[in-house]
Design a protein around this ligand. Structure first.
Ligand SMILES: Cc1cc2nc3c(=O)[nH]c(=O)nc-3n(C[C@H](O)[C@H](O)[C@H](O)COP(=O)(O)OP(=O)(O)OC[C@H]3O[C@@H](n4cnc5c(N)ncnc54)[C@H](O)[C@@H]3O)c2cc1C
Length: 553
């Protein structure tokens, strides 16, 4: 007889019918949808990097780091032991190790350092892998990635900061920039009286005069949310006589003294616990103007445009982790004489969730390519602008329900902290709230359509590449074009949802197995379906779909 596993043979009973722990699997290699999308959307060259990163992230050690970074949240150290203000935040070593791993693989930098097209696609794939293991570190990496185009508008700042921001060395020390080997950037816009309505900002900027770095101001006011407060600098908004303006606020002044970024407290958040989110005050804080005075929103919107890509891709990555866990568990757990995955109702639920993740992943990867193409292609830039808002809205709306359903697939243990599902569940609503909450994004979609009809044309051009392939999609698109031809009559949320589903359907027709595509169109374009998971029509090829999320033995 083969030796019995000592862990299953307890004195009192045999531990039976429990799945093996899902660890030591390669996140990239085992994701056929991502692999194909990376190649198709133009970042095939990043395969070795993605393989290495995916293998590291799936290792038992890194999975444990993700757990530890969330179990031991950051702490504020506003003062040194003798009462002097330092405004620092301490993190568990696991957080630092994860940051170092991500920065070493260029999550924050590859979009800007790649020597061939596809940098944004590679960035998207890297962060999609990372978020599956730890979502909190994605915040500072995203902000660093997204701030670069804005920083580049200021040649003096860019000369000093860009080499550190694009460095693949993680240097968490609180030091002036010229003493650092790597740096990160944050963003502070939201104030107490208004987050979506940032024009309500009250922080004042007092001009101090010109220097070789340009126009310098002193800021006084507050920011109600400022995540990653240990970033080396922040892009922020404040009022000048000309109106709301964009500023660069470093942690240290150019003379080597601490710049007052006074951390009042850290938020006690639902999830995203490894990442610190602070309330801060500025008190005559040194700030360098970026862009034109009074043009703050126009300047910082470029950063927001890039963070929106990440808030979309993060939702797709979180979906991937949830469906992988659900499929793994149900393939090993038996109930009523069958593996759960073979029970017809469970198969339907699983396949339905896998379809949702599949559509989300195809969409974010396609949108990422538009970011790569945007530099020299106006239509791509317009498509990116509209499609990223649509995808941020829709994938994030679908995510909490999907994570909850995945949790239920695990039964009781899904509700227990040691399975990753509770962490995913707490994380799930966040990406919808920041960088434009649901309603605000939908209004933004309508505004874009109204002011820039060419963006809608670019969006429909993409969908029309499958025109004539499936009558159900053609009918939806015809109705949508008619309604959006009269945008004043449109209902923002209805149209954003319809645009998202039409794009997903078109992508799935092109890039998914035919049977899966057929079921997706039936299950999502039919108004009566898709409200809960598990309503795929009879005869759906569930097993074929479920296998897309099978990673373990
Ligand atoms: C964990 C976390 C970290 C964050 N980190 C940062 C950060 O680093 N930097 C930063 O600047 N901000 C940060 N934020 C703030 C975030 O971006 C804001 O919370 C968000 O923009 C919404 O602003 P608000 O909280 O003021 O809500 P409000 O603007 O009051 O909105 C509340 C609700 O009303 C809806 N709404 C608003 N206007 C309309 C309208 N015209 N019609 C219909 N509905 C409307 C919104 O969609 C939202 O659902 C963070 C938030 C969280 C939760």
């Amino acid at each position: 007889m083969p030796p019995r596993d000592p862990l299953t043979a307890l004195d009192t009973h045999e531990v039976a019918n429990q799945p093996p722990i899902l660890t030591d699997y390669e996140l990239y290699e085992r994701d056929p949808v991502l692999r194909a999308a990376v190649k198709r959307e133009g970042a095939g060259w990043a395969k070795p990097l993605l393989r290495r990163f995916g293998a590291a992230l799936g290792s038992e050690r890194v999975i444990e780091l993700g757990e530890a970074a969330n179990r031991h949240p950051p702490e504020l150290r506003a003062f040194d032991p003798f009462g002097r203000r330092i405004d620092e935040v301490t993190f568990h070593p696991a957080y630092h190790e994860l940051m170092a791993l991500a920065i070493d693989h260029g999550v924050h930098s590859i979009a800007w350092t790649a020597d061939q097209p596809g940098g944004h696609v590679a960035h998207t794939a890297l962060e999609y892998l990372l978020v599956q293991v730890e979502a909190g570190v994605c915040c500072p990496l995203t902000m660093t990635y997204a701030a670069l185009p804005v920083l580049r508008r200021h040649t003096g700042l860019a000369a000093l900061w860009e080499p550190r921001l694009l460095s693949n060395i993680y240097d968490p020390r609180a030091l002036p920039i010229d003493e650092k080997r790597g740096a990160t950037l944050g963003m502070a816009m939201t104030e107490k009286q208004g987050g979506s309505d940032i024009r309500a900002n009250t922080t004042r900027a007092r001009p101090l005069g010109g220097t070789e770095l340009g126009e310098i101001y002193a800021l006084t006011g507050h920011k109600w949310f400022c995540s990653a407060p240990m970033s080396d600098a922040f892009l922020t908004l404040a009022q000048t006589d000309e109106g709301l303006s964009c500023f660069f606020v470093p942690r240290w002044r150019p003379d080597g003294t601490r710049n007052p970024i006074l951390i009042q407290r850290l938020k006690d958040k639902l999830g995203n616990r490894s990442n610190a989110s602070a309330e801060i005050e500025y008190s005559d804080t040194w700030a360098c103007l970026v862009g034109e005075p009074g043009q703050g929103v126009k300047t910082i919107i470029e950063m927001v445009h890039h963070t929106r890509l990440d808030t979309s891709l993060a939702a797709a990555g979180l979906m991937r982790q949830a469906v992988v866990q659900a499929v793994h568990h149900t393939r090993h757990r038996r109930a009523f004489q069958k593996h759960l995955v073979d029970q017809p109702l469970m198969r339907n639920v699983l396949a339905d969730m896998v379809l949702e993740w599949l559509a989300a992943t195809l969409m974010v990867m396609r949108v990422a390519r538009a970011y790569d193409e945007a530099a020299g292609d106006e239509a791509a830039a317009l498509f990116a602008r509209l499609a990223v808002a649509v995808s941020k809205f829709w994938i994030n709306k679908r995510l909490p329900g999907l994570v909850y359903e995945a949790m239920e697939c695990l039964g009781g243990v899904g509700y227990v902290e040691e399975s990753i599902l509770p962490r995913l569940y707490r994380e799930a609503p966040l990406n919808s709230i920041w960088e434009g909450s649901g309603n605000v994004i939908c209004l933004d979609v309508l505004r874009t359509i109204e002011r820039t009809p060419a963006a809608l044309e670019a969006f429909f051009d993409e969908i029309d590449s499958t025109k004539g392939t499936d009558g159900r999609l053609d009918a939806v698109v015809t109705r949508l074009k008619d309604r959006l031809g009269r945008p004043k009559a449109a209902i923002a949320e209805v149209e954003a949802r319809a645009l998202a589903l039409a794009l997903q359907a078109s992508l799935i027709l092109r890039h998914a197995p035919a049977a899966a595509a057929d079921i997706f169109l039936e299950a999502r374009l039919d108004a009566g379906r898709g409200l809960v998971f598990g309503t795929l029509p009879a005869g759906a090829p569930c097993q074929e779909i479920i296998d897309l999320a099978r990673v373990g033995a």
